[in-house]
Design a protein around this ligand. Structure first.
Ligand SMILES: [Zn+2]
Length: 427
C-alpha cells in the first residue's frame, strides 16, 4: 500500500493550535509510518510506547525519572480516577498533567474496559490466547458480576467500597473532560474472545451508538469549557477476531461525523488473539483514515510491539512493564527473567549490559536480587525504571529503523535473541 509522504491534520478551536498529526515518513510496502502527534502539552514522536500511570502515578517512580528514561507521554485510567480522588479534584488542580507534576502529554482511557472487566469478572486482564484459555477460565458466573450493560450504559459496583455507579457515554466524556488529558477515548463495550458472535454484533452496534453520543457530548463540553486546552477524542474499534466486524467498525467509525465533529484518532481495542494480532490490526488500519493517529490499546510485549508497528499503529500502552517489574521480572536482550532467582546472588553485572537506564548504569543484578529478597521498596523503583526504559527505547529504535529503512533487520535481530534466550532463561 502506497501512502503519501506528508499528511497533516490540525484541529483548531478558536485561535489556539490544539491537536494535529503529521506523517513524516511512510513506507511504500507496509502500513508502518513515522509521525508526530502535537498536543497542547507537547509532542509525541511516533511510533511511541506510552507508559501507564493508572491512578495518576507510575507506581514507585518519579515523573522526572519517567522523563529521563524517555517517556513522551503517560496514560491514566478514567475509571480509577473517577472513583478516587474524583474527577472534580483533577479539574480543580488544573488537569491530570499538572496534578501529577508531569510535564508532557497525557492520555486517559474511557473507563469502559475497567467497568466491563469487572462486569464479566475477567480472571485475567484479557484473554490474549484463545488456544490456551477456556470459557470458564475467563468469564465469571453471573452471580459474580460486578457490572451490567444495557443500551444506555453500564452500572457497576466500585471495587473500592462496593458503592454502585453508572457510566454512560456522556458520563465518560464528562469525567474525561474534567480529568483533562490531551487524548481521550470514546466509551465502548469491550468484549472477550469468548462472547458469542451474535453478542459481538450487538456490542458493536452499541459501541457505534455510543460513539455518536461521545462525539456529541465531547463537542458540547469543548464549547462549554472554553479556554481549556483542546482534548482530542479517539474512537475505539472493536469486533474481536471477526474480519467483517473489524472492517465494519473501522469503516463506520473512521468516517463517522456528528454535527461536524469527527474522531481525532482511533484506538484498536477489545479481544485480540495474540496469534492473530497482525492480521486483525492490518484489517483495521488498511481502512482507517491514514492521516489520523492509531493507538493499540493494552499491548506492550516486545514481540507484539513489532507486529503493531509494522501494521501501522502509532502509539501503544501497557501496564505489563511496571507490573512485572514489581514482581522482580525484567526484560533484557537475553529475554525475560526473574531477579529473585538465586543465580543472581553474586552476579555483579547490570540487569542488561546493553541498557542505558539509570538502574543498569548504577546497580548490579546482585544488588537487585538483594533488595527484592529483602522486600525493599527501592526494588520496585529500580526495576520499573529499567523495564519502562527497555520498552520505550525498543519502540524508539523501531521508529529510527523505519526512518533508516532497516526495520526488518531490527525485528529479526531483536526477536532472534530475545525469544531464543527467553525460552532458555525463563524460570
Ligand atoms: Zn536498564
Amino acid at each position: 500500500m502506497l501512502y503519501g509522504l506528508m499528511n497533516s491534520r490540525e484541529f483548531r478551536f478558536g485561535s489556539a493550535l490544539s491537536f494535529s498529526f503529521e506523517i513524516k515518513h511512510a513506507h511504500s510496502n507496509s502500513l508502518a509510518r513515522v509521525g508526530t502527534i502535537n498536543t497542547p502539552h507537547g509532542q509525541i514522536q511516533t511510533p511511541a510506547f506510552i507508559p501507564v500511570g493508572t491512578k495518576a502515578t507510575v507506581k514507585s517512580v518519579l515523573p522526572e525519572s519517567m522523563k529521563d528514561l524517555g517517556s513522551q507521554a503517560l496514560l491514566s485510567n478514567a475509571y480509577h480516577l473517577y472513583l478516587q480522588p474524583g474527577p472534580e479534584i483533577l479539574d480543580e488542580a488544573g488537569g491530570l498533567a499538572k496534578f501529577m507534576n508531569w510535564d508532557g502529554p497525557t492520555f486517559t482511557d474511557s473507563g469502559g474496559f475497567q467497568v466491563l472487566s469487572l462486569g464479566v469478572g475477567f480472571k485475567k486482564v484479557l484473554a490474549m490466547d484463545a488456544q490456551t484459555t477456556r470459557h470458564d477460565d475467563v468469564i465469571a458466573g453471573n452471580k459474580d458480576r460486578l457490572a451490567h450493560v444495557d443500551d444506555e450504559g453500564v452500572t457497576f459496583k466500585s471495587h473500592l467500597d462496593g458503592s454502585m455507579h453508572r457510566f454512560t457515554p456522556e458520563v465518560s466524556m464528562q469525567v474525561q473532560h474534567q480529568i483533562g488529558a490531551d487524548i481521550m477515548f470514546a466509551f465502548d463495550e469491550c468484549t472477550t474472545l469468548h462472547n458469542t458472535r451474535p453478542y459481538q454484533e450487538l456490542a458493536m452496534d452499541r459501541t457505534y451508538a455510543w460513539a455518536i453520543r461521545c462525539l456529541d457530548e465531547h463537542k458540547r463540553l469543548t464549547e462549554e469549557r472554553v479556554g481549556k486546552p483542546y482534548q482530542a477524542l479517539f474512537g475505539v474499534i472493536q469486533g474481536a477476531q471477526y474480519e467483517d466486524l473489524r472492517k465494519k467498525a473501522a469503516t463506520e467509525l473512521g468516517s463517522l461525523e456528528s454535527d461536524g465533529q469527527s474522531f481525532d484518532g482511533f484506538g484498536i481495542g477489545g479481544a485480540l488473539d495474540k496469534g492473530q494480532l497482525g492480521t486483525i490490526v492490518s484489517w483495521v488500519n488498511e481502512i482507517l483514515p491514514e492521516d489520523k493517529p492509531r493507538h493499540l490499546l493494552g499491548i506492550g510485549a516486545p514481540e507484539d510491539l513489532f507486529v503493531g508497528v509494522e501494521n501501522g499503529c502509532d502509539t501503544f500502552d501497557c501496564v505489563l512493564a511496571s507490573r512485572i517489574a514489581r514482581t522482580s521480572a525484567v526484560y533484557t536482550m537475553e529475554g525475560r527473567f526473574n531477579l529473585s532467582n538465586s543465580r543472581f546472588k553474586r552476579d555483579f553485572t547490570p540487569i542488561d549490559s546493553e541498557c542505558d537506564c539509570y538502574t543498569c548504569t548504577h546497580y548490579t543484578r546482585a544488588y537487585m536480587h538483594h533488595v527484592f529478597r529483602g522486600k525493599e521498596i527501592i526494588a520496585a523503583t529500580l526495576a520499573t525504571i529499567h523495564n519502562e526504559r527497555f520498552i520505550v527505547r525498543l519502540v524508539d529504535q523501531m521508529r529510527q529503523a523505519l526512518v533508516d529503512g532497516n526495520f526488518g533487520d531490527l525485528k529479526e535481530q531483536f526477536l532472534g535473541r530475545y525469544l531464543h534466550r527467553s525460552g532458555q532463561a525463563r524460570d
